[in-house]
Design a protein around this ligand. Structure first.
Ligand code: TYM
Length: 333
């Protein structure tokens, strides 16, 4: 059976447009293309940096509600919270023992994140973060992992660890492939269009939060940084701001890039911004209400997560049993 899996951290009140276009949108489509889909909220990854416990719990539920609101379907996908599946942590330990210290040190996300706080302030959890992520994936024997460009290196490590385990102990783990849609794998900050859109940017003026007031998001699009030229063209190198707006339009409308660009012949950046703002408004406007509705029925939401955790544990516990056996752990009683 072919399986797809991915996760999104519960570290803000709203997903941003990069999360959606780079990853979550693909999840919705792939839940139909694969025999089984696993989508989860990595709350254990979230605590690699300090979190307020009350806020974390709230954001975990909100994240699930957002997945449902954009079309992830509990009938077609197993939806769960990472900490509900303790087998993931069990597998993490075994994989940690297979990961080289130098190999882990080369992960650019740790280098970036610890550069801000200094390595003394960064937790060991932030350092071993990619190994937990490898366990997330390998516990489920999945074929495909839809993510944005920034997760590519973590997927490489995951593949290396699976191959290493299989070589040392015999074929046990499925080696997964990243599913990265080049066109949409990196959505850029509207004010700083050579940096990826991210909730950890210094200012949020270039960030579109899906659950923000639609008028506010439309205004951010209309104030996006472009360039001093006046021709609408797709050219990431020389026109990163314009290309980002065109990419957002292409993603949200499903239209081909050439066709969109052609439609701006003789028109300027003003029209491009207004149109993109309108398209975004149409997409985000119904989302807030849907999310609040889903959150209002907490029993239903918690039921989905309980079912998801039960199904997820069935599969992950099979993997952990096989792994424990292969590494030579004595089977209990
Ligand atoms: P996270 O929570 O930071 O982001 C969720 C997804 O959104 C993608 N993404 C982007 N895509 C395009 N443009 C952007 N500007 C942009 N910003 C974020 C991310 O690539 C990601 O796919 N470590 C992961 C969560 C995780 C995970 C996993 C993913 C934990 N375990 C196992 C897959 C499989 C993360 O922090 O994503």
């Amino acid at each position: 059976r072919r399986r797809v899996l991915s996760g999104i951290q519960p570290t803000s009140d709203s997903f941003h447009l990069g999360n959606y276009l780079g990853a979550v949108r693909q999840w919705v489509q792939l839940q139909d293309e694969f025999d089984e889909a696993f989508y989860f909220i990595p709350d254990m990854h979230a605590i690699t940096v300090p979190q307020d416990p009350k806020v974390l719990r709230e954001r975990t539920r909100r994240s699930v509600a957002q997945l449902l609101a954009v079309g992830v379907d509990p009938k077609r996908a197993t939806i769960y919270v990472q900490s509900h599946v303790p087998e993931i942590a069990q597998l993490t330990w075994v994989l940690s023992c297979l990961t080289g210290f130098g190999e882990a040190s080369r992960m650019t996300q740790f280098k970036d994140k610890s550069a801000k706080s200094g390595t003394d302030a960064a937790g060991v959890g932030l350092f071993t973060y990619p190994i937990l992520m490898a366990a997330d994936i390998l516990a489920f024997q999945v074929d495909s992992v839809p993510v944005g460009e920034d997760q590519r290196q973590h997927l490489e490590l995951t593949r290396d660890l699976a191959q290493r385990f299989n070589k040392r102990y015999g074929k046990t783990l499925t080696v997964p492939k990243p599913y990265i849609v080049e066109e949409f794998a990196k959505i850029y900050d509207l004010q700083n269009p050579t940096a990826k859109m991210s909730k950890s940017a210094d200012s949020d003026s270039g960030l579109i939060s899906l659950l923000d007031e639609p008028k506010r998001s439309a205004k951010k699009i209309r104030s996006a940084v472009t360039d001093n030229d006046r021709v609408v063209a797709f050219d990431r190198e020389n026109k990163p701001g314009v290309s980002n707006l065109l990419t957002i339009q292409a993603a949200l409308t499903g239209r081909a890039m050439d066709e969109i660009v052609a439609s701006y012949e003789g028109k300027g950046y003003g029209e491009l911004k207004v149109d993109t703002a309108d398209i975004l408004t149409e997409f985000v406007t119904p989302l807030r209400g849907r999310v609040e509705e889903i959150l209002a029925d907490r029993a239903h939401l918690d039921g989905i997560l309980a079912d998801g955790a039960a199904r997820a544990r069935e599969i992950a516990s099979d993997t952990v049993a096989a792994v424990y056996d292969k590494v030579g752990f004595l089977l209990p009683g």
